[in-house]
Design a protein. Structure first.
Length: 231
């Protein structure tokens, strides 16, 4: 495959810098309010995640902090995992996480669990710098989540999490960019369809999620099989 032209790379670089600055400029009280709305949407739809393995990210540069939500999910039978970069230009490895687990510094000095089990996520909660109008996501440029989603079979359900200020018309998707299945912002949940984003209620999200999980053959346990997990 041919590499993107230099001007395209420069546009993406400039867009990333603009979006990071925009997010870091959000006042603390506003960030907290938006984060609470995102968490409320996630909690309303959390039943769709029960009995699954959820990959998420440690918050970085003003991102939404998913740890309280994921901690609650663990009490409902979910296994949680954080990503680790194991080699440049390779898929991520996910290691089981729980509050208080021993951690080591990884890429960008982000903490990663030390010595815990390697897990394969059924669902990934992925932070987004930019979100386009079709479920296209702009990250930090390493391509790790794209490689991971492309490498895993069955493909995990990809849920991008961002603030509304991350909206852009398009990220100018390339052949290697993997589109998200769902987008969650402070205004609610959207599903990525063929050519647009569709707003969903919590019930609509659960139904769409269940159908997608069944279509991909992702493992799910019935509610009476789900038990709280201990570290």
């Amino acid at each position: 495959m041919t590499s993107p032209p230099v001007d395209f790379k420069e546009r993406r670089k400039a867009t990333r810098a603009m979006l990071i600055a925009r997010r870091l400029a959000v006042p603390v009280a506003v960030h907290e309010r938006w984060s609470a709305l995102i968490e409320a949407s996630l909690r309303e739809g959390f039943g769709a995640l029960e009995g699954m393995t959820v990959g998420f990210c440690w918050p970085f540069q003003g991102e939404f902090d998913a740890r309280p939500f994921v901690t609650d999910l663990r009490g409902r039978g979910v296994r949680a995992a954080l990503p680790a970069v194991v080699a440049k230009a390779q898929p991520l490895e996910f290691r089981e996480w729980w509050p208080g687990v021993a951690m080591a510094n990884g890429v960008y000095d982000l903490p990663v669990p030390e010595g815990t089990a390697r897990l394969t996520p059924d669902v990934m909660l992925i932070p987004a710098l930019g979100i386009g109008s079709q479920g296209d996501r702009l990250g930090y440029g390493g391509g790790y989540f794209d490689r991971t989603l492309a490498a895993l079979h069955p493909k995990p359900i990809a849920v991008a999490i961002a603030f509304e200020l991350s909206r852009i018309a398009t990220i100018e998707p390339q052949w290697h960019d993997v589109f998200m299945d769902f987008i969650v912002t402070e205004t609610g949940i959207e599903a990525a369809t063929v050519d647009r984003l569709e707003k969903l209620s919590a019930a609509g999200f659960r139904a769409r999620f269940a159908a997608l999980a069944a279509e991909r053959g992702l493992p799910r346990r019935e509610p009476d099989q789900v038990r709280p997990r201990e570290p």
